[in-house]
Design a protein around this ligand. Structure first.
Ligand code: FJE
Ligand code: FE
Length: 346
């Protein structure tokens, strides 16, 4: 292996975005294979009925999770001319098993994330403002707009571009979720949800968009191969939230707008662009004691507890598998056949 590849991929240099090979069109993958959803029996909510047949959901949180880490994400360069506020994936928060990276991106043309590979994990892109077009080496192409989600399981290999679809600044969140060793080499798969298809629910001044998992008795159709919950909460002033999260999962919140109190009612409010990591417990509690709306993403996932060896956009379990991934990418093998000669047209 030529050492230059190591440097290129490791430094996330723009050179990783230039693929030298020519296209072939021989790999097909189904965009929406039917995979049964995981059971939701972990939820500690229970439903009670009274004599009049009315039902009420109880969120039984006995041990609320406390904030164990708070990180302000500052703008840094990424991709080609793009800016991201990275929280997970920074030296201070190298990873939060199963999460590998969390970027709040803001990108204006001509900046973006041109042709680059992925192997061994999933990327979840959630648009906040503006729109982004993605194109991959198997001919899949689409544009996501505010409130839309693209849940991409890279599996054994994807090469794609992710670029702004309109003028001006386009904003969103991109989360990288690790795949377990048994799933790293699965066929790539996309789950795309338009904003109108995202399940929404409301309770006592707390509005939620359910990207993955279950809240307030409603659930998302997204299949999460690594068990994950992903919510976009908007809390009105004066509202209070309790949400169960399975005890052994890791969880964090990323504040998008406004300020909120998390974990302990008497703690200081946390403002936008902060990522907070929750400690152990059976759920989270949040309060909006400010005069304006609070919006945050709440994410939880079951840790994989496996070795993580990352080389830029390749995340595997060992150095040998990383070496293999780089060889496969540069030689156009084992899932990267279509990388040969492919170039996006954006
Ligand atoms: C990248 C590998 C990548 N943050 N936020 C190497 F996959 C990426 C990359 C992104 C990215 C894309 C979007 Cl749409 C949003 C992101 C990293 O594509 F930047 C490097 N250097
Ligand atoms: Fe990507």
């Amino acid at each position: 292996m030529r050492p230059i590849y190591t440097k290129i991929l490791h430094s996330f240099s723009p050179l990783v975005f230039k693929n030298q090979f020519k296209p072939t069109k021989d790999i097909k993958f189904s965009l929406f294979p039917q995979i049964p959803q995981l059971s939701t029996s972990f939820m500690s909510s229970s439903t009670v009925s009274n004599d009049h047949g009315e039902t009420k959901t109880l969120d039984q949180i006995k041990n609320p999770r406390q904030v164990v880490k708070k990180l302000l994400s500052e703008l840094q360069d990424e991709g080609v001319g793009a800016k991201v506020r990275r929280s997970i994936g920074r030296p201070e928060l190298k990873s939060l098993d199963p999460f590998l990276l969390l970027d709040e991106f803001q990108v204006s043309p001509p900046a973006g994330f041109p042709d680059h590979p992925h192997r061994g994990f999933e990327t979840v892109t959630y648009m906040l403002e503006g729109s982004f077009t993605h194109q991959d080496f198997a001919g899949h192409k689409g544009t996501i707009r505010p409130g839309d989600v693209q849940w991409m399981t890279a599996g054994r290999g994807i090469v794609h571009s992710e670029m702004p679809a309109g003028p001006g600044v386009q904003k969103g969140l991109q989360l990288w979720i690790n795949l377990s060793s048994k799933d790293k080499m699965i066929e790539p798969r996309y789950q795309e949800l338009q904003s109108k298809d995202i399940t929404e629910a409301e309770k006592d001044g707390v509005f939620v968009r359910i990207i993955a998992g279950e809240a307030f008795g409603a659930r998302s159709p997204v299949y999460t191969r690594t068990p994950t919950l992903y919510m976009d909460f908007t809390m009105q002033p004066g509202s209070h939230l309790q949400l169960p999260i399975p005890e052994n999962w890791n969880s964090y919140a990323y504040i998008i707008e406004g300020e909120g109190i998390f974990g302990n009612e008497n703690s200081d409010p946390i403002k936008s662009h902060h990522c907070i990591v929750f400690g152990p417990g059976d759920g989270i509690e949040a309060w909006n004691k400010s005069g304006s709306a609070l919006r945050f993403a709440l994410v939880g996932g079951q840790p994989l507890n496996e070795p993580v060896v990352q080389h830029g956009p390749f995340v595997m379990n060992s150095k040998a598998e990383i070496k293999q991934a780089m060889e496969d990418y540069y030689m156009g093998k084992n899932g990267f056949e279509r990388a040969a000669n492919w170039q996006s047209d954006q």
